[in-house]
Design a protein around this ligand. Structure first.
Ligand code: TYM
Length: 331
């Protein structure tokens, strides 16, 4: 059976981008593959190092994983820092990751642009840690959004380089995965780019947002003054809202509004109202479970401890083999 690995950084609540890019696939994949889904708290230290927030953020992602339907009986759910073998593999992979290739990483360049005052080595080697996350379980499928495609390419590079260096076909090649065949990029509400936590308040719709909040955010989403001629190409902000509708609404609804747009008959107020209601319907079952699961501390502890044991079983086997391949021997 093929092995699947994916994770989400513990930097706060999950949004629709995390859900449609990643978690929705996790839920489907757990029925078909040997799955490891984790909470990337080591990764969160590159940008969110506040000790008081660390555990709360990890707990939030754990709750939302469970609320979205990841089942600890089917998939291994764990916290990255509970599996120190990952940090050890990261160390070995770092020995063969080169400054030039890491500096060319698109996410690294974005982070440097956004936070020129905090260009730490953890940010630079972020893709190496991510490769360690994946290779530690020798995974071949990695459900992620479009923004992670380059990181997957780097994970293949590091795995293949290790294999070549030690002349052994040890690590298999991992590929980004989405059931829809195409990797997803969920747009945000700011009219510009993808939905994200760091893209500013109001850009992201969270799975835990109450209906009133979702309505407010969508009604305030950036739009334009409307089409003036038939079949006019859509501005980016409008295209983004249509893309969101394609994700959360039915095909009929999407086509209805698309036709209205093309006939210059669209009223953005109605369009946004429909979009907000469909987002509310799509997130309602998860939101309700979030509130329920958050109360059950014993269950959360059980899930995390059980997951850590299972993840370490697989990770320590890999580390034992890797140490042997590298040539470490105990006296
Ligand atoms: P993070 O926390 O930034 O994102 C978690 C997942 O959500 C997806 N995602 C999106 N997908 C579509 N549209 C969006 N607007 C959107 N925003 C976020 C991301 O693609 C990702 O799948 N580096 C990873 C965390 C990680 C990881 C790993 C993933 C660490 N190690 C090993 C897979 C395997 C990340 O960026 O997380």
């Amino acid at each position: 059976m093929e092995t699947v690995v994916s994770g989400i950084r513990s930097t706060g609540k999950l949004h629709l981008g995390n859900f449609y890019g990643a978690v929705k696939n996790f839920v489907q994949m757990q029925n078909e593959f040997n799955c490891y889904f984790f909470i990337a708290d080591y990764h969160s230290l590159t940008t969110h190092p506040t000790p008081q927030d660390l555990h709360g953020n990890v707990r939030q992602v754990l709750i939302e994983y469970l609320a979205a339907g990841i089942d600890p009986e089917k998939a291994t759910i764990y916290v990255q820092s509970d599996v120190p073998e990952i940090a050890e593999l990261y160390l070995y992979l770092n020995m063969n990751a080169y400054l030039g290739e890491l500096e060319r990483g698109a996410s690294f360049k974005d982070k440097v642009r956004a936070h020129p005052d905090n260009v730490n080595a953890g940010l630079l080697t972020y893709p190496v840690l991510m490769a360690a996350d994946i290779l530690i379980h020798k995974a071949t499928k990695v459900p992620v959004g479009k923004d992670q495609e380059q990181h997957l390419e780097m994970a293949r590079t590091f795995g293949n380089r290790f294999n070549r260096l030690y002349n052994k076909e040890y690590f298999p090649e991992p590929y980004a995965f989405n059931f829809t065949e195409k990797l997803v990029k969920v747009p945000g509400l700011d009219g510009k780019g993808k939905m994200g936590k760091s893209e500013g308040e109001g850009n992201a719709v969270y799975l835990s947002d109450e209906p009133e909040i979702i309505r407010k955010k969508v009604m305030r989403a950036v739009s334009d003054s409307g089409p003036t001629e038939e079949n006019q190409p859509k501005a980016e902000s409008i295209q983004n809202l249509f893309d969101l509708m394609k994700i959360v609404s039915s095909t009929d609804t999407y086509e209805h509004f698309d036709e209205l747009y093309n006939n210059c008959g669209i009223r953005y107020g109605d369009f946004k109202k429909q979009l907000a209601e469909d987002m509310i319907i799509a997130t309602a079952p998860i939101r309700e479970k979030i509130n329920e699961i958050a109360k059950d501390e014993t269950y959360l502890r059980q899930v995390a401890r059980f997951g850590a044991i299972k993840a370490r079983e697989s990770a320590s086997k890999t580390i034992r083999e890797v140490r042997e391949i590298i040539g470490f021997k105990s006296f």
